[in-house]
Design a protein. Structure first.
Length: 383
């Protein structure tokens, strides 16, 4: 019996006649976490999603890592089968709104880096392999089998006590799991604190500039020493307040504010100095970029570097990308071998990744470095 329920001898199928997705979302009651099941969505997942939305450089970093991983081809050792297999997966349906196995892998890696856990599914119909589906973590629960090694995937809905009928179709991967834990560790772990500080700084900058563009004024009236002036101080203050409000509320015409006596008009906060945010912002960005493993120049940051440092950073990034490839390769291998099994062919499939080259990025960084050095020399000469 194959993974999609087809008998390899007569080609009959004892599975459902139409394609169906097991990991799709359904209505559920609020107590679906009861029992010994581990939901694939953690409380931190909402935080990680907010980090990507609130800090663009983190969102850009994850997208860059996914793109820098490059493409791949499947190889089973037979040229004819290789052509058919790669042609099929180049246009395979992915989640109903995309096509191509590369789209599935990109979404899978995006989910894996963001949440530390990724799930997908191979979907079958009466003809065999039909589509690939990127699952939603909140719709799936997982528990360990009786042997404490194998995993059993269940619906994360009200009827979650029943495991999925086709466990072999589930594609599951984790990133750097802790010992004894089922779920993986997000690439963004450790960044909520740093991101919170960075967002506070940005919010303060925005508030200060908003106040600079919408000034607040303080009108101070000091009564004179005579008793008459002191007796009518309140009435005069109210009169000046109405005149000031009328002058400031006029947007189409210019109105003057005229007052008699010791009156002082000043801008609130004009004597204060805005804090320099360049150093703390850079310190926070350094922590974020160090966590992603990417180089600063990939984000347009002109921090000082040398050609030798750029080459070393490129080598380190290449190692990081190869590590991510090792995590995703078994998933791609399983997909390819499952497709061959639907054809009655049982062969091992190898994943042939394209070579990782960062030479173009390094040349761009060198050009930026030379331009920065030239600008610095020009400024020194002008001084």
């Amino acid at each position: 019996m194959s993974i999609f329920g087809k008998n390899k001898n007569n080609g009959s199928s004892d599975a459902v006649a139409t394609a169906s997705v097991q990991t799709a979302g359904k209505n559920c009651h609020p107590f679906r976490y009861l029992g010994n099941y581990t939901p694939l969505v953690e409380a931190n997942n909402r935080v990680y999603r907010s980090i990507r939305e609130g800090v663009p450089i983190i969102d850009s970093a994850i997208n860059k890592i996914v793109r820098l991983m490059g493409g791949f081809e499947l190889d089973c050792g037979d040229d004819r089968l290789n052509d058919d297999m790669n042609r099929f997966f180049s246009s395979v349906n992915v989640s109903g709104n995309q096509c191509g196995i590369q789209s599935f892998v990109d979404n899978f890696m995006n989910q894996l880096l963001t949440y530390g856990t990724a799930i997908g599914e191979m979907v079958a119909d009466e003809h065999g392999f039909y589509a690939l589906y990127n699952g939603e973590l909140g719709c799936v629960s997982v528990k360990r089998a009786d042997n404490d090694m194998d995993l059993i995937f269940c619906s994360g809905h009200m009827n979650s006590q029943t495991p999925f009928a086709h466990q072999e179709r589930i594609l599951f991967s984790v990133l750097n799991p802790e010992p004894g834990e089922i779920l993986g560790t997000s690439l963004l772990r450790g960044l909520p604190f740093v991101s919170d500080i960075l967002l506070k700084i940005y919010n303060t900058i925005g508030t200060n500039w908003q106040r600079l563009g919408n000034l607040r004024y303080a009108v101070t009236y000091k009564p004179q020493g005579d008793s008459l002036d002191k007796a009518f101080a309140k009435e005069r203050a109210n009169q000046m307040a109405r005149a000031w409000k009328d002058a400031m509320s006029s947007t189409e015409t210019v109105k003057d504010f005229v007052a008699v006596g010791d009156v002082k008009v000043s801008v609130i906060g004009a004597d204060n100095q805005i804090l320099d945010s360049e150093i703390p912002v850079r310190q926070m960005l350094e922590q974020i970029i160090a966590k992603t493993g990417l180089m600063p120049y990939m984000f347009g940051l002109s921090w000082s570097t040398t050609e030798r440092m750029s080459q070393q950073q490129a080598d380190i990034l290449t190692t990081e990308l190869k590590a991510y490839r090792r995590i995703i390769t078994p998933i791609i291998k399983k997909i390819g071998e499952t497709y061959l099994a639907t054809l009655g062919v049982y062969k091992s499939v190898d994943v042939r990744w394209t070579d990782i080259t960062l030479q173009d990025e390094i040349q761009i960084a060198q050009a930026r470095l030379y331009n920065a050095q030239a600008d610095k020399l020009a400024e020194e000469v002008n001084q």
